[in-house]
Structures are given as structure tokens and as C-alpha cells.
Ligand binder design. Sequence first.
Ligand code: F6R
Length: 238
Amino acid sequence: MVIECFQDYESVSSRAAELVCEAISENPGGVFGFATGSTPERLYELLVTHYQRGEISFDRLTTVNLDEYIGLAINHEQSYATFMQHHLFGHVNVQPDSIHFPAAVPDPSVFEQLIQNKGGIDLQILGLGSNGHIGFNEPGSPFDSRTRVVSLAPSTIQDNARFFDSIEDVPHQAVTMGIQTIMEARKILLLACGPAKADAVARCLQGPQTEDVPGSCLQAHSDVTVLLDEAASSGLNK
Ligand code: F6R
């Protein structure tokens, strides 16, 4: 595992953009896994800039997103499909039929099949929940889990309430790639910023590997790069 620490969110995002651009340039027809949430917003803005400068192209890429809420219309302003459209896909030349999200119907395992058929995920971008979740694999998720319907932890509902008018509007269920699905990605890029992530970062990167801390599974992956700002790295033993 490579851990890189930066002073602030902007530097983390620039480094992430550099690594993603490199990966796209090396593998323009690859399968790229995207995350939503506030952490990768600046990364996506920078990728749009690199695209506009002609430095990268998305036209041969296949994209797979980590997760999607259940119970929101696909065009709901807080659906993850809308998020990706707004922050990245709507501004680059990705082919609409190359964009994929997990879905509860007809069957979450369809997404697993799709990933297999495309040859597996080349690079998976991850954020980290303050409770250590990756995707919506909440504490207690089996390390051998695959794409499935899950219930969100109360702490995740609380964390994500900031995106909704009220906490009552936050969906309680989602469909997420499993831990095993994520671990099968050839490369993983994990981003975490801000003091609210410090404890989860320390437990995921330096604590025991346990299903109570979903992100701790990443210690067993052979190609993970972690980008942190100072605040998120403050709980690590240097
Ligand atoms: C989003 C996802 C989540 C977020 C995590 C951190 O697709 O899978 O695991 O990455 O909840 O969210 P932010 O970045 O909003 O702190």
C-alpha cells in the first residue's frame, strides 16, 4: 500500500487527477470504477479540465459506479446517477451506453456479470465513510460480499443528511458493489480528507483487518494508493 499525505484537499485532488489521467492514458479502453460523495468532487472537476485541454478522452472507457440509493428516481437531484452526470459524465465524451450503475432490479448480480464480461475493473476510486465504509459496505459487511442490496448505517444516514432537505429524506437502502467486488479491482485509489475521517483512516490502514472496519480489507490488496490530507492523516502512526 502506498500512502501519500498532502497539505490540503486541493493537493489531494490534483494528485488524484494526475494518477487517474495516467491510468486513462495507459488504458483508454479500460474499466474505471467511480465513487460519489463530496471527496471526489474536485477530482472530477480537474478531470473535466484535463479532458477539455485534450489530454484525456473518455470515449472508449467503460464506467462502473460503486453504489446507488434505492428509492430515489434516477433523475432525483441526489441520485448518484445525477451526481455523476453533474460532476463528470455530462462534461466529457463518455459514451452513454458505457456508463453503468448497480441496480436492485432485476437482480444486483447482473452488475457482477457485467464487470466480469468487461474483463474486470482496472482502477477503482474510493472515498471512505467516517465509520470506515467503502461503497455502502457498512461495518459488519462480509469481506466476501458482492453487489447486493444493503441497509445504510444510522451514522451514514446522519453523514449524508447534509445533501438532503431533511434527514427523513435520506434513503435507508442502497445497492452497492461488495467488498470482494472492490478487492478484485486491479488498482484501487482511496481518497480521504478532513478531520472527520482521521479515525476511520487510522483504523483502516493501521488497525486489525476486521469486518467491523470495512476499509481495513484494503491492507490485503496488492495495489492500493491512498491519498490523504493532513487532517485525515492525523491519527496515523507515522
Ligand atoms: C460513494 C461511496 C461512499 C463515500 C463515502 C464518503 O459512492 O461509496 O463510500 O465514498 O461515504 O463520502 P464523502 O466523500 O461525502 O465524505
